[in-house]
Every structure is written in C-alpha cells, then in structure tokens.
Write a protein that binds this ligand. Sequence first.
Ligand code: ASP
Length: 544
Amino acid sequence: MNHSTRMPLHYQILIALIFGMTVGLIANFGFSRRNTNVELPDLVMSVEPDPEVFHVRFDGGSGVQRQTLGSFSALEKRYPRLAELYHREFSQGKVSSAATLIVKERQLTIAEDLDRIILTHSGTLDSEPFTDTIQARDPADLLKQFPEWGPAYGTYGGTPSRTLAGWAKAVGDLFLRMLKMISIPLIVTSLVTGVAGLGSSRQLGKMFAKTLGYYIVTSILAITTGICMVNLVRPGVGAILPGEGAGAVEGGDNTLGGIFGNLLNDMIPPNPIAALTDANFLSIITFSLLIGIFTIRAGEKAGRTFREFFEAAFEVMMGMTQFVISLAPIGVGAFMIYATASQGLQIFSTLAWYMLTVFLALVVHACVVLPMLVAFVGRRSPWKFAQAMSPALMTAFSTASSNGTLPLTLTSVETRAGVPNRVSSFVLPLGATINMDGTALYEAVAVLFIAQATPGFAMSLQAQILVAVTALLASVGAAGIPHAGLVMMAIVLQAVGLPLEAQGVILAVDRVLDMCRTTVNVWSDACGCAVITRLSDDQAGPTA
Ligand code: ASP
C-alpha cells in the first residue's frame, strides 16, 4: 500500500468526526420535530371474555388486532369505557360473547421529538367526544407499552433524524464489530509476545507493580480534580432535576462485594477457551500472561518455537488491525451522526452546569495533570505524544468504548509513538479493563451533583472521602463498554445512602459524557505507556 499519497489517518478521522457532527446536528435541528394530524377510519373495539382473561379486539381499518388483558381490573385501567359497558351488559345478563364499542370521527395527532412520542387520539364514543393521550420514550417503548398503536405509528409517525440516527448506528456498529473481531486475538498474541520478550518473570513482576502504581495514582488525581471542581462550581445547588424518566438504571443493583468477587473469579478462568469465546478480558489477560511466563521458563527449543509462533501470529494480527483501522473514518463519522442526531437537545440546558463541571474536570485532568506526568516522568513532549495517539483518542470519543478502541490504542502507541511492545502489550489491555480515570472522575462528580441537588442532603468531608474511594473501586469494576460507568454508579450512591432513582435523571446526557470520559480513559492508558517505558528503561537499559 502506498501511504505517502494518502492523507494521514488522524486527519481523515478528524474530518469524518466533524462531518458526522455537522450532519447529525443539522438533522437534529431541522428534522427532529414532527406533528402529524391524520383522520382515522372508525374503530370497532370489542371485548371478548375468555371467560377470565379479557381479549380486546380492534378493527380500525388497518387489519384486526387483539390485545390480551389479564384481568377485569387491567381492562378497567386501560379501557375504562369498554369495561364499563361490558360490566353494564354483563350485569343485565346480556353479554354472551362480546361487548362492542364503535369510535367514530377519529383523529390522531402524533407529536414527537427525539425524547418522546405523544399520541393524542380523539373521536366520539356514544356521541360523546373523548380524548385519550399516551406517551412513550421512543418507538420501542411505544410498542412495548401500547402495542395496539404500533401500526398507526409505523404508518404516520417517525422523524427523519431518528431514522438517520438508526442507519448511522447500524454502520458504526459494523465498524465496532470489526474492532471487536480483531481485539481478542490481538491482545493474546501481543501479550504473549510482549511478556515472552521480557526475558525474565522478575521483570514482569516489577512492571506489574509500576503499572498498578500508575493506575492508582492517576485515578486518585482524577477523582481529586473532580471533587474540587464540583465543590467549586456547585452545579447541583438550586438545580431542579427533571422528575420524568427517573429510575434506577438496569443492572444497577451492584454491590461492592459482588463486583470484586466477580473480578477475582474472572482472573482465573476455569476454561480458557470459554473465556476467549466470551471475550472475558481479565481471564484472557491472566491466561496470556501465564503463557508468556511459561514460554520464558520452557526449555530452549520449546520456548523458541512457541515464541516464534506467537510473534508470527502477532505480525499477522497487526496487519489485519491496520486494515480495520483504515476504515476508522467511516465508523467514527457514523457514530458522530448517531450521537448528534439522536440526542434531544433541550435536556442539555437543564443539566448544563452538571455537564460543564464534568467536562471541565476532565479537561484539567487530560490537559494538565496527565501531560505533566508524560513530560516530567515519561520525558516526552505531551503534545507530540497526543498527536501520535489522536486516531485512538478520536475513536474512543465517537465509540465510547475503551475495549473497542484497544486495537487502535495498541497500534498508535507502538507504530506512531514508538513505545516498545513489551510495555504496551501489558499496560494497555489491563488498563482498558481496570484503569479508568475519566470514569472515576465522572462517578465522583455525578454523585456529588446528585447529593447537592437532593434537598436536605448534606455531604460531610468523610462522606466525600467515601465517595472518592467507592468511585475508584467502581471505575475498576466498570467494563470498557458504553454506559458501564453509569451502571456502576449504583455502588457509590448506595455507599452514601442516596437513592438509585437519581441515576435516571442523568441518563439522558450520559452518552455525551461517556464519549468524553472514554477519551480520557484511553488517554490515561496511553500516558501510562510513556511513563512505564521510562521507568523501566532506567532499570532495564535503553529500549529498542
Ligand atoms: N464507556 C467507558 C469506557 O469504555 C466506561 C464508562 O462508561 O465510563 O471506557
């Protein structure tokens, strides 16, 4: 391939990022709101007792549909008029098979933006006008709650920007699938090659200690920055949290013990092949480390054959990675369209101070704290290092997944920043799983914001320290996938006695903040490579 005539990858990705954002925003501003007014044919609704289960039959011109309601009270709740009629006829001994209502002069109004769909159905029933309004978050929610309105919404509803966001997500997901496809074999071959290349397992022990030290120190620095910022800006004071949509995030009932028990269990895979097929990162890392260690320990002939095999496999995987990475502009552009076209915009104004606090704290950590470590400990130019890492950083921003970005992080660090494979193959996969500065910072800021916005809830210094410690643990436990940090927040909220429901409030803006914190997570892992390389150079002599 002739790379010299092509625009450098980071510019291609940058252009795609800006292009995607522009297209998504135009779609969001211009085509996100739609009001539809349609006249519908008469609807015949009848209730058929079974005898205990009630079936409601709808015939509204677009095919007959049935809905099953478990009990009379369910019928009464959803269709009070029908229930009333049924009850009247039944008590007069008239109902043999069905009670029927005919709704005439029907009008349907669909008002929707990207946050909600409101269907208003009006007409006359027994010559009396009536109006029935239903609300859902999105088409899937509408179908779940009110399946009888699915066909009408399918025919008359939908916004162009929602459709565009759906297509863009489908394209972006294809790219993410490719990254996932290569990430496991890449981690395995890279780790085995890296560890086997160390030459002795004592060196590995030292590197492990330094890496862990780096993860802990930077996470604590990130959390401290977040806590200072939230106390300075005080975004929650006087904030009126939107009550709608509040609720605990699914899967959010984690406990500290449970999470760490799982982490420990994950470290020891009873079946390494199953761990590979389940893409369980921690299990794969442990097993690959062990293979690397015992390759060093194996006798001369076996050790060399094994190492050469993995080195060859690593080279092949790197080639495949380069190919997938060349598609990054398409994936990044598509994800940016999805992110900008699918977010409702008015929620941003409600939570603007909160978002600004998270953002500012992330900027301080990423642009001041980490670069200082790169400059003074790693002895490199932070600016040049950031430029080298830019393809990975932009991919992290658009995909909101550290795990997904890993192939780009590995190649950028090695081929563009010149970090030796023995360091990056160790620091990066482990870092993608457990070192998440951005997530740790975000957990602390979000929980303190919720505390400030909860009337009568005072946060003592001890409670803030508890938030800091649990935020650190939650970030270690969070997987490198979109929204993992939000799910993990449950343990921090529980630790200080705040209600889990508060998470529902910040869910609406989580994608944008997730994109920012994931970028910081990946940047911190990369900076770790620069720092660890220098720290191990001092002991192991100059690297290649
Ligand atoms: N999405 C983040 C990551 O992949 C984790 C999080 O939700 O904070 O690094």
